[in-house]
Design a protein around this ligand. Structure first.
Ligand code: ATP
Ligand code: MG
Length: 394
């Protein structure tokens, strides 16, 4: 019976002190994620590995699903722990485990052995040979293939013996919390949740800001963003979601400025507000779901004019993705169904029929001069009046 999971991680270049930071963060992220599974687990690191051991009954599928949400994990191997590590007993447990995992499906295999208990009476090559014979004698469906085995059978002799044959792909990446903190501009669309996911996969802790424009945008549209943040938080852990009421600023821009510039002007104010909140929250960068050429505000000129107001790096991890590629990822991380719910976005309400696609910075700055009288005070009031929600996974 599987009572434990061996967690393999692989990130080239994590050496020395970085390795220790990576491993400790991974142990913490695994422990936090497992708190939401039924059962009690210990999570220990040992010689370049992490072992998750169940102290009580648990649901294997639930634990595997939880672990596939933890960035930094390359592979998850369900393991049988053998306390009485006399070799006959190890082989018996191994074959029972293989029967459970494989049933009577034919397969080819090769045995791999590791022995860190140097007192153990057999050496690794002998362990492989004898265990291989034992498997052949007890499983009619087994055949050896030392070159291209379908199944890699692992036996590790440590304090206890560990046997495993199954390896489930983890999400890869780096544990959240190892690469600083960033502020995601999270809309209700398809792209920004994917962008947040991608940065979190690189170990970045995510906070999020959403701009709404009540009564032009509804409570349902806001709820959709909360729902999206919740799905993303399954991977990132708790997300602080800052909800900014953008109505007054939007109306002011709408009154004062040329309508074909509305989108770009609004985007510049969104970035300014996002950056201010980001600084207050010790975030070192902004993240958006922009992709070159996707819409008028995502031409290279627009992106440049938007970036001109930002004093911190703006990361756009889906910048070079086709919409279909973004959708594929959105489906994989399960944000897609929520993203396509038809609630209006705060930008679409104030969008011009023919927005400028190649804005010039000088012209845009000139338009913003028309806002000088009230905008400073409005920005302050808008930021002070934001709502903050802590969004946690289900
Ligand atoms: P998405 O699918 O993420 O909504 P989009 O293709 O609709 O993107 P835009 O509406 O131009 O593109 O927005 C580009 C990016 O700006 C979004 O990916 C998001 O990061 C940010 N953004 C847009 N609207 C909002 C909003 N109301 N609140 C927060 N961020 C927003
Ligand atoms: Mg959008």
């Amino acid at each position: 019976m599987v009572q434990a999971f061996l967690i393999k991680y692989a990130e080239i270049g994590i050496k020395g002190k970085n390795r220790y930071v990576f491993e400790n963060a991974l142990v913490r992220r695994i422990s936090e994620r497992l708190e939401r599974c039924g059962g009690d687990f210990s999570v220990e690191k040992e010689q370049g590995r992490i072992y998750v051991e169940a102290q009580t009954e648990f649901d294997r599928d639930e634990v595997v699903t939880a672990l596939t949400h933890v960035f930094g994990i390359a592979h998850i191997c369900p393991v049988v722990l053998v306390r009485d590590k006399s070799f006959g007993n190890v082989c018996k447990n191994l074959v029972e485990h293989m029967q459970e995992e494989l049933g009577d499906k034919p397969f080819t295999f090769k045995v791999f052995a590791k022995r860190s208990d140097k007192e153990y009476p057999m050496e690794s090559p002998e362990i492989c040979a004898v265990a291989g014979d034992y498997i052949l004698q007890h499983m009619e469906n087994a055949r050896v293939d030392v070159h291209k085995p379908e199944l890699k059978v692992y036996i590790e002799i440590r304090q206890r013996a560990y046997v495993y044959v199954t390896s489930i792909k983890g999400p890869g990446g780096m544990p959240v919390g190892t690469s600083e903190r960033a502020m995601l501009l999270l809309s209700g669309g398809i792209d920004s949740p994917v962008a947040g996911y991608m940065m979190a996969k690189r170990g970045v802790r995510i906070e999020a800001v959403y701009f709404h424009a009540p009564p032009y945008t509804s409570e349902r549209a806001k709820q959709k963003v909360v729902d999206l943040a919740r799905i993303v938080s399954e991977y990132t852990g708790e997300i602080q979601l800052h909800i900014v009421n953008f109505t007054e600023i939007q109306l002011y821009i709408y009154d004062q400025c040329p309508h074909d510039e509305l989108t770009i002007l609004m985007r510049r104010y969104m970035m300014r507000i996002a950056e201010q909140i980001a600084r207050d929250r010790h975030c070192l960068s902004l993240i958006t779901g922009e992709s070159v050429g996707q819409v008028a505000s995502q031409t290279m000129q627009s992106l440049a004019v938007t970036d001109a107001v930002c004093g911190m790096p703006v990361f756009r991890p889906v910048i070079a993705f086709d919409k279909n590629e973004i959708i594929e990822l959105a489906e994989q991380i399960q944000t897609f169904e929520t993203s396509i719910q038809p609630y209006e976005d705060c930008c679409t309400i104030f969008v011009a029929k023919h927005p400028v696609t190649k804005p010039e910075l000088a012209k845009i700055e000139a338009s913003e001069k028309k806002l000088e009288e009230k905008i400073g005070e409005m920005l302050e009031k808008t930021i002070a009046g934001k709502e903050v929600l802590s969004v946690s996974p289900e």
